[in-house]
Design a protein around this ligand. Structure first.
Ligand SMILES: Cc1cc2nc3c(=O)[nH]c(=O)nc-3n(C[C@H](O)[C@H](O)[C@H](O)COP(=O)(O)O)c2cc1C
Length: 182
């Protein structure tokens, strides 16, 4: 039998972190109609029908506040080439429109917050319900539109082109560079 190390419950101390979270850029609209962009990694699909995803967010963040006010957001899927932009983005002061991160807003199809042109796929979402735990909130939202770059959707090596990145621990991420098909 292998020996095991016991970790405590503070995720920030986990090394290695046994759970990787996909890094996404979430866009919302501030009450004055200006966009807000922030990286998030506590995100996953939760149900097929209706298509529900869960996003974990600090309640003080503009992302959570905007979604709780107007219910709409877009989950934009960046590739590994945006890693430095993503880490710079989360330190930018507010208001923090998409352009402040050096990125390009692209109108969404079903919701008011914009997609991010430099990202490869986008999920437009409407808040369904939320659950709070202390300072944090789990936002359960229905996906109302999904889009992907045409040149990726038509390619054979879609995952190599998506180059999706995952949060591992502070300042550390992983990238899917190769997919295998069983
Ligand atoms: C790679 C990465 C992943 C992050 N994931 C989350 C997350 O899942 N939830 C969260 O509340 N904050 C997360 N953060 C921190 C927020 O992005 C950061 O505090 C940001 O400034 C919040 O912006 P907002 O107030 O506009 O939402 C993450 C930061 C980085 C760099």
């Amino acid at each position: 039998m292998k020996e095991k190390i016991n970790f405590d419950f503070d995720k920030r101390t986990w090394h290695p972190s046994p759970l990787a979270g996909q890094i996404v850029l979430v866009t919302t609209l501030n009450p004055d109609g200006v966009s807000n962009i922030a990286p998030k990694s506590w995100i996953s699909m939760m149900a097929f029908k209706p298509p529900i995803l869960a996003l974990g967010c600090n309640l003080r963040h503009w992302t959570a506040r905007n979604i709780l006010v107007n219910s709409e957001f877009v989950v934009n899927i960046p590739g590994g080439e945006l890693a430095e932009t993503i880490w710079q983005c989360h330190r930018l002061p507010h208001p923090r429109p998409v352009e402040a991160a050096g990125l390009t807003p692209l109108p969404a199809t079903k919701v008011k917050p914009p997609r991010v042109d430099e990202c490869k796929a986008h999920m437009e979402c409407l808040l369904d319900q939320h659950i709070t735990y202390g300072d944090e909130v789990i936002l359960l939202a229905q996906i109302v539109a999904v889009s992907v770059d045409k040149e990726i959707g038509n390619a054979a090596d879609v995952y190599e082109r998506m180059h999706m990145l995952f949060f591992l621990e502070t300042a550390t991420y992983g990238v899917i560079e190769r997919s295998r098909h069983l």
